[in-house]
Ligand binder design. Structure first.
Ligand code: CMX
Length: 436
């Protein structure tokens, strides 16, 4: 058994015992009460799930196992000479709640490279699709096509004991994370570069190798990818993609199928697709105004026109956050350090000055501040990755780290099938009448 798996088994065994005792002892303690507004309002804030890897605070933003993004930038291992954290380190932290050593992270990079072989049949499935199929559709299909590799699924059909679910899930999660950059790079190259694929460079870490296979080799772009794939990895359990994976995986559907479902959820414009929508909207602005250096007044008018046409401002607002997203701030800090005077980065910063006031003035937007998706496109454009239809795939590759670490926990802790209660409107009226 590898060291990471061994550590996970030890931690999970101890936590499972503690959690079982806690939930039995406190079974009748009320932790939340659901209001009608929450029933009709997308279940915002209903406390009903355990998620170990990260916790989101409305004011402060995300903490991964208790660490903020600036803290992770300091303490997670880095590539030689690099300043950005390695996503391998974050996965280790999320899985076993320990900051890994440089040696442990190097082991994980090598381990993922060893597990990275994608079956030719998956590439064949992709090659049947028209090249203009949206990259997220291709991504979902490719993940689904890899499902025949699922160890969980195979062992389940052979009569696996429920005590072994976590082990097979760990193996599937490690294999899937290893393969994702390869499949994702294949999608990028077949869609935007005439199918001219680039072989992996096994000497590189997970993120840098992904950048290399995409065909973007600027060392600063590799640094950006390390940061990008770290900060998009997890955002506690209630967001749509994470919750979808959690729900589907609770049926004992393996992580290939549950992650594919999560990626279908990420592909919506109110969630992960917002990163494509932001830059598309900015490109439309510069085209409409005939300049890549619009004034703040011109930007404000464009924002107002967007709202007047009944559309949302992409990259702004959040279901939980009530302050600027620290993932936005981390990308802004990266741009300040690595990039000088870039027109699209400047537009993103000017939007940051202009949009919150306008959204606030509507009197209904609960969070007028930028989210993670407001900044990422301008950084990618700066390094030449301008094909914005691809951006949500990058988000998805990163999101695998959090949701698959969590799937390992769900199976190790023996979480049951998820099944909340729904009511008809008539029934809800009856309930409201009976309690008021
Ligand atoms: N632009 C315009 N209106 C907005 C808005 C925005 N960016 N954000 C919220 N609103 C509106 C809502 O549409 C809603 O209007 P109606 O009452 O007319 O339906 C009202 O303000 C209240 O919404 P809210 O409670 O503040 O926000 P929600 O929790 O319902 O929605 C979110 C959150 C993210 C879907 C929303 O802010 C939004 O649509 N933002 C733009 C899309 C986006 O950037 N999504 C990415 C989020 C991060 C991620 O998951 O990747």
């Amino acid at each position: 058994m590898d060291l990471l798996k061994k550590k996970f088994e030890e931690k999970a065994t101890a936590l499972k015992a503690e959690m079982r005792a806690f939930s039995k002892e406190n079974a009748n303690v009320i932790v939340d009460q659901v209001k009608v507004a929450q029933v009709f309002g997308g279940m915002r804030g209903v406390k009903s799930m355990i998620w170990e890897a990260s916790q989101l605070d409305a004011q402060e933003g995300i903490r991964f196992r208790g660490y903020t993004i600036p803290e992770l930038k300091e303490i997670l291992p880095k590539a030689p000479g690099g300043k950005e954290p390695l996503p391998e380190g974050l996965f280790w932290l999320m899985l076993v709640d320990e900051i890994p050593t440089q040696e442990q992270v190097n082991w994980l990079s090598d381990e993922w490279e060893k597990r990275a072989k994608v079956s030719d049949s998956v590439y064949k499935v992709l090659d049947t699709l028209p090249a203009d199929t949206h990259p997220m559709t291709q991504f979902v299909l490719a993940i689904t096509a890899m499902q025949s590799d699922s160890i969980f699924s195979q062992k389940y059909s052979e009569g696996m004991s429920k005590h072994d679910y976590w082990d097979a899930t760990y193996e599937d999660a490690m294999n899937l994370i290893a393969k994702l950059p390869h499949v994702a790079a294949y999608i990028y190259r077949r869609t935007y570069h005439n199918g001219e694929h680039i072989a992996a460079d096994e000497s590189l870490d997970w993120a840098a190798n992904f950048a290399h296979m995409l065909g973007h080799n600027d060392p600063d772009f590799k640094s950006l990818m390390r940061l990008y794939l770290t900060i998009h990895a997890d955002h506690e359990g209630g967001n749509a993609s994470a919750h979808t994976v959690h729900l589907v995986n609770s049926t004992l559907s393996d992580v290939y199928l549950s992650f594919a479902a999560g990626m279908a959820s990420l592909a919506g414009p109110l969630h992960g697709l917002a990163n494509q929508e932001v830059i598309k909207w900015i490109f439309s602005m510069t085209e409409k105004l005939g300049t890549t250096k619009p004034s703040k007044e011109q930007i404000a008018q464009y924002v107002q026109d967007t709202l007047d046409s009944g559309q949302v401002i992409p990259g702004y607002g959040h279901a939980v956050l009530r302050k600027p997203d620290p993932r936005f701030t981390a990308q802004k800090t990266f741009a300040e350090e690595y990039i000088q005077d870039d027109d699209y980065v400047n537009i993103v910063w000017n939007l940051f000055d202009v949009v919150p006031g306008i959204l606030d003035s509507l009197g209904k937007v609960k969070n007028p501040w930028p989210n993670v998706d407001a900044h990422s496109g301008a950084l990618l454009v700066h390094y030449g990755l301008k094909e914005y239809g691809y951006y949500t795939v990058l988000f998805g590759v990163s999101r695998a780290l959090g949701v698959l670490a969590n799937s390992c926990w769900s199976r190790a802790l023996g979480f049951p099938l998820e099944r909340p209660k729904s009511h008809t409107f008539e029934k809800m009226k009856e309930i409201v009448k009976s309690v008021s």
